[in-house]
Every structure is written in structure tokens, then in C-alpha cells.
Write a protein that binds this ligand. Structure first.
Ligand code: SF4
Length: 434
């Protein structure tokens, strides 16, 4: 979502004639779009600003904005601690950027904009064209979270769940497709909680996906990140009926132990999670999964951890994100007694080894097989092209050409490593690839 937000920030800043640059040596404005989900995020902001300060010691100071969830969480504190920062702008207020830039041009009075007005933000964003023209692009359809998992800061930094107008989402999709986009990933902190009401009635994520599949030049649809609690039967049915919806789902589980899931306030059990997986497999037999895991949560015993390992084996996740639990100040979990750091580290290594083993095994199975690959771009080595198969695994293709960018081609997989497949394009009639 931060990647999407950063692109939108760049689009909005264009209104004030700012153009995006990757060269930070000679800039007028520096925007640091931050994420608060991981430990030390705040310190990283100060280090980054420190480096900028050094580089601009003998030059005109650029306008410095900190946007995103760290700005939201730290707000006034950040302005006090680092006077080099001109404004802190929360994730629901970055549509105010043109006004902020105008104010800061005339006066260097500090600005703190950390309101939770997501409705205003979505309204404003709808008026600014999304200029993304990558083959694969994102659309934010929902923000915020009402789930309040005991370890998580998102409900405090992004606010309550709010869904964007379906009409505006479809308009943005059409605009992206006219820019050349072929794959759209619908985004939200709880994307499958999407629920928008207009004069025609309630619109859910499944309705949106059905509508998107009719857009002719759109080849692939994805959505992330989902909560098991909102994996409703209509959405599962979508996986059966919509061919453009990729047979891959990132469905965070966090732990395989019911005791830990309860302590996390996850609102699902191991059994419920597994029954969702089974129903999805029934609906779309070729579907594969990835997940998020927190290892060493307060109170996690060896038995609880083994439950996580057995769940991983049962679902056979093709890739996943796993982290050692780290306490986020102010969350309910931060008041619980933490377990030994060495035990946490050992468990993380065990889990990651298992996940890696599965990932390598799954990639190895693809050798010799034909896969449909959406080619996204040329690589640094101009002989190679980059694309992805249905489950997002990257593929490097050695015999594609410029004309293949944006097309789904058939690739015979010849080799693999943990994260990547390697193959050659083959000419074939549609519908025969695995
Ligand atoms: S559902 Fe996700 S975003 Fe919401 S509180 Fe839980 S972990 Fe955080």
C-alpha cells in the first residue's frame, strides 16, 4: 500500500509542478513515506533525515515532509525532535499536499496533518489521474482495520475500515488499463472486508472482481491482504468462476496454535482457517497460498510452535513472510511478558527452513513444465525479460522480445532457485499450459 501511496503522492505533487526524481542530490522537496509495522521504523526516519541534512549542509534546504504511518503515530513528537522536518502528514491526509507545499513555500511554520479523514482523501484522489503505466499496478479499494489484533498498530495508524466508491475504483482501473496496465492488484489492509453501499445496494469484493473481469484488456486480477474472517462464500465462489482471478492467495494466519490465535485476538481458529483453505481448493484446485507468521509471541510454548509447523506442512505455503514477534508500544500485547530472545530466534530459523524447503520443492516441480507468464519488463541484461507466473513467482525468460511486454506467453521452465524460475518462451496454442 505504501508503494501505491508513494505513486499517488508523486501524482498529487505534479499539481504544484514538482516532478519525481531518484537523484536526491539536488532537490526542492523530500518526501519520506513511512511504514510503522516493523520495529525501529521511527529511528530509520531520523537516520534518513540525518543523512539528508548532511548532504544539504552547504546547499539550500529542501522542504522535508514525513508522510505515512510513522508520521501518524509520532506526529508532534517528530517535529519537536527533528526541526529539519517541515511537516508530518498522516496516511489519510496526503491529498492535502498541494496546500502544504504552497504554505511551506511562503513560510516555514511547521505543519502537523494527522487527521483520519479517509472519506475526504478518497474523494480528492478520485480527481487525480493515476499515472502508473507499469504492466502490473495497484488500486487501493479499502483502508483501515477494525480487527484490533493485539500485536498490531494498523487500527491506530490507519483508522477504521473504510471502503472506496466502486464506481471510482472501476474508473481508476479503466484509466490504468488505458495506460497499458494488464494486471491489477486490489489493495486494502483488510481488502476482503470491502463493503460499499450506493443507491443500487451493497457492493462486496466479489462484485468488484466480477465487474473487473469484463474489462477487455485486463488480463489478471489479484487482491491483498485478506483476513480469514472475511473470506466469505461469495468470494470463494469468485475463485471458481473468474478465470482472470489468479489462483493464488495471501492469507495471513500468524500462528497454528489456537491458544496463541486467541491471545492475539485473531478472531479465527486453526480449524476455521484450514476449512477456508479446503473450500478454496475445492473451488479452484490449482490455487496456492502464502501467509504471514509471527514467531515467539508472548506465551508461545514449544507445543504451540509445533502447531505452526504442522499447519505450514498441511497447507504447503509456496512462500511466506515470517518475523520474530516484536512489541509495538501501546498495543495490548506490549503488556504481556515476552519470551526468551534466543528461543524466538531458534524458532524463526526452524520455521524459515521449513518454508524454504517447501518453496524450493515447489519451484523444482515446475522444471520441464509450460507456465503462463505475464511479461512485465526487460531486465538490466537486455537479453533477459522479467515476468511472473500465476502465484507471483518471478520468471526470467532468455528468448523474449520487446513486443512480448504486457503479453501472457508460454514459458518452458528450465531451471530454478529458491525465489526465481528460469525458462524459454515457446509458441503454443492457448489453454495447454499448466
Ligand atoms: S487484521 Fe491485520 S491490519 Fe488488522 S489488526 Fe490484525 S494484523 Fe493488523
Amino acid at each position: 500500500m505504501n508503494e501505491y501511496d508513494s505513486n499517488r503522492i508523486a501524482d498529487i505533487a505534479k499539481k504544484k509542478k514538482y516532478v519525481r526524481t531518484d537523484d536526491s542530490r539536488n532537490i526542492d522537496c523530500y518526501v519520506l513515506n513511512t511504514c510503522h509495522i516493523r520495529e525501529k521504523a521511527t529511528e530509520k526516519v531520523y537516520h534518513d533525515i540525518g543523512r539528508l541534512k548532511k548532504n544539504y549542509k552547504n546547499k539550500k534546504k529542501p522542504i522535508v515532509l514525513v508522510t505515512g504511518c510513522v508520521a501518524q503515530a509520532e506526529n508532534e513528537e517528530m517535529l519537536k525532535r527533528e526541526p529539519y522536518i517541515d511537516a508530518v502528514v498522516g496516511p489519510q491526509a496526503y491529498h492535502e499536499l498541494p496546500a502544504i507545499l504552497s504554505k511551506l513555500k511562503n513560510s516555514r511554520k511547521k505543519i502537523n496533518l494527522t487527521d483520519f479523514d479517509v472519506i475526504k482523501k478518497f474523494d480528492k484522489l478520485n480527481t487525480i489521474k493515476n499515472s502508473d503505466s507499469n504492466i502490473s499496478s495497484f488500486i487501493t479499494i479499502q483502508e483501515g482495520c477494525d480487527k484490533f489484533c493485539n500485536f498490531c498498530v494498523v487500527p491506530y495508524t490507519r483508522g477504521a475500515e473504510h471502503s472506496r466508491s466502486a464506481k471510482e475504483i472501476i474508473n481508476e482501473a479503466k484509466n490504468l488499463i488505458s495506460n497499458g496496465v494488464k494486471e491489477i492488484t486490489l489493495l486494502g489492509q483488510n481488502v476482503n472486508a470491502y463493503n460499499y453501499s450506493d443507491s443500487k445496494g451493497k457492493i462486496k469484493l466479489s462484485d468488484l472482481i466480477f465487474e473487473l473481469q469484463d474489462l477487455k484488456d485486463l488480463k489478471r486480477i489479484r487482491y491483498t491482504t485478506s483476513h480469514p474472517k472475511d473470506m466469505t462464500s461469495d468470494l470463494i465462489e469468485c475463485h471458481r468462476k473468474v478465470k482472470k482471478l489468479m489462483p493464488f492467495l495471501h492469507l495471513p494466519v500468524q500462528s497454528g496454535s489456537d491458544k496463541i490465535l486467541k491471545s492475539m485476538n485473531r478472531k479465527h481458529t486453526r480449524e476455521k482457517y484450514l476449512s477456508i483453505i479446503q473450500n478454496l481448493v475445492k473451488a479452484r484446485p490449482d490455487i496456492t497460498f502464502s501467509s504471514d507468521f509471527i514467531v515467539g509471541y508472548p506465551g508461545e510454548t514449544e507445543e504451540d510452535f509445533k502447531d505452526t509447523l504442522s499447519l505450514v506442512k498441511e497447507v504447503n505455503f509456496v512462500n511466506s513472510f515470517s518475523f520474530i514477534y516484536n512489541s509495538r508500544p501501546g498495543t495490548p500485547a506490549s503488556y504481556l511478558e515476552e519470551i526468551d530472545k534466543e528461543i524466538q530466534k531458534r524458532r524463526l530459523i526452524t520455521l524459515q527452513n521449513l518454508l524454504e524447503e517447501i518453496q524450493i520443492k515447489e519451484n523444482k516441480k515446475k522444471v520441464g513444465i509450460l507456465k503462463e507468464v505475464l511479461i512485465e519488463n526487460k531486465m538490466k541484461n537486455p537479453k533477459n525479460y522479467f515476468g511472473r507466473i500465476d502465484n507471483l513467482t518471478p520468471v526470467i525468460i532468455s528468448n523474449a522480445n520487446e513486443k512480448d511486454i504486457g503479453k501472457i506467453v508460454y514459458v518452458r521452465i528450465q531451471n530454478y532457485n529458491r525465489n526465481t524460475l528460469f525458462g524459454v518462451k515457446e509458441k503454443l496454442e492457448s489453454g495447454v499450459a499448466a
